[in-house]
Design a protein around this ligand. Structure first.
Ligand SMILES: O=C1C=CC(S(=O)(=O)O)=CC1(O)O
Ligand SMILES: [Fe+2]
Length: 351
């Protein structure tokens, strides 16, 4: 902890992913997902969703090894970038101040290796570009409106929660058990369910980046589009309705295996007394409200993250119980209505 006040974070703002085949990634993110190309270079794409007016919310950069190179938060003013620098220098983590343009379209920024091992950037100034909210002539049937959240894998969820609480984030929901083990936590700065989800597991790894649509029909269109492209294998999990967040969801894997969630219909969390929702890890509606099982890859796989030199981070193993180990008997395979003995397999699901 430090006596230096934290920067005033507004929201999650952009991610930078390393992809091994930029053309293949372009098909997935632009031709399929419909993200808008703000700028294009031989080895990089700067993409945004239709309601976004900052230069980008996703950077795809050609590289040898697929990885997450950066998770960026926007702060409320240029002065808050200075405060971020002071806060993290006081925390004693690696801090770099970069000039405007270090990332195309982004102003002066502070980059850190955060206490959880993630490459994180704080910025305020960014180039404004056309906001395409009402350019319905450009929206496809699967139009994506904005970046919604990051989900990261980290071994010690309570420690990660404490770090983010120090940064001014608030818990909206979590998954825990009767012994007090916390398996995952959702935390926000913008008044929705989360800007960051902390998923218990070997980390640091990036679990997914999520974009929001306005309508469930847009998510269903993306599934149909993948079918038409004969690429339904890019659908990892869903479509479905989450228990946590109540959002309608779809998880896709991009050509490099990076997980992208398309998400809609979560809820407002902006009042100071917003109630925290706590889920029992043995409630098999927690991750899918309809009780459908979470596919094993969703628990097991996540993207490598890089340090500020671009070197992949070594992983620290989770030492507490792992959700996939404690819920296989409840993840769509049994019912957990209070007082009822767990049943066998949920109809239609077999291990
Ligand atoms: O955004 C999310 C909201 C809810 C869930 S969960 O699978 O319902 O826990 C996962 C998630 O973190 O991707
Ligand atoms: Fe998510």
């Amino acid at each position: 902890m430090t006596s230096v006040p934290p920067p005033d974070v507004i929201r999650c703002a952009y991610a930078e992913l390393v992809v091994t085949d930029l053309a293949a990634a372009r098909w997935f993110y632009v031709d399929l997902l419909g993200l808008v190309v703000t700028a294009e270079e031989p080895d990089a794409l700067y993409l945004r969703a239709f309601e976004e007016y900052l230069h980008h919310s996703l950077v795809l950069r050609q590289g040898e090894t697929a990885a997450c190179a950066r998770l960026a938060y926007r702060v409320r003013s240029a002065a808050e970038v200075d405060r971020a620098e002071a806060y993290y220098r006081a925390l004693g983590v690696r801090v770099e101040r970069v000039p405007a343009g270090a990332t195309r379209g982004i102003g002066e920024a502070v980059r850190i290796e955060d206490p959880l091992g993630f490459p994180v950037e704080f910025f305020f100034d960014a180039e404004h570009v056309e906001r395409l909210t009402q350019r319905y002539d450009l929206h496809g049937a699967g139009a994506i409106s904005r970046l919604d959240h990051f989900n990261v894998v980290t071994p010690d969820v309570p420690a990660a929660q404490r770090y983010y609480e120090g940064l001014g984030f608030t818990v909206s929901e979590d998954i825990e058990d009767a012994a007090g083990t916390v398996y995952a936590t959702w935390m926000y700065r913008k008044p929705t369910v989360h800007d960051i989800a902390l998923t218990g597991g070997d980390g640091p790894r990036m679990h997914h980046i999520a974009f929001a649509t306005h309508e469930r029909s847009q998510i269903l269109h993306l599934c149909d589009h993948l079918g038409a492209a004969r690429r339904p294998d890019m659908i990892e999990r869903g479509p479905g309705r989450h228990g946590v967040s109540n959002a309608f969801y779809l998880y896709l894997r991009d050509p490099d295996g990076h997980r992208i969630e398309i998400y809609t219909h979560d809820y407002y969390t902006g009042d100071p007394d917003n109630p925290v929702v706590r889920w029992d890890v043995h409630d098999n509606q927690r991750r899918d409200w309809w009780g459908n099982p979470v596919v094993p890859s969703w628990y097991a796989e996540a993207s490598t993250v890089l340090d500020l030199d671009g070197t992949p981070r070594a992983l620290q193993e989770r030492t507490e119980a792992r959700e996939a180990d404690v819920t296989i008997g409840a993840d769509g395979f049994s019912y957990t209505r209070a007082g009822e003995a767990p049943r066998e397999f949920k109809l239609g699901n077999q291990v």
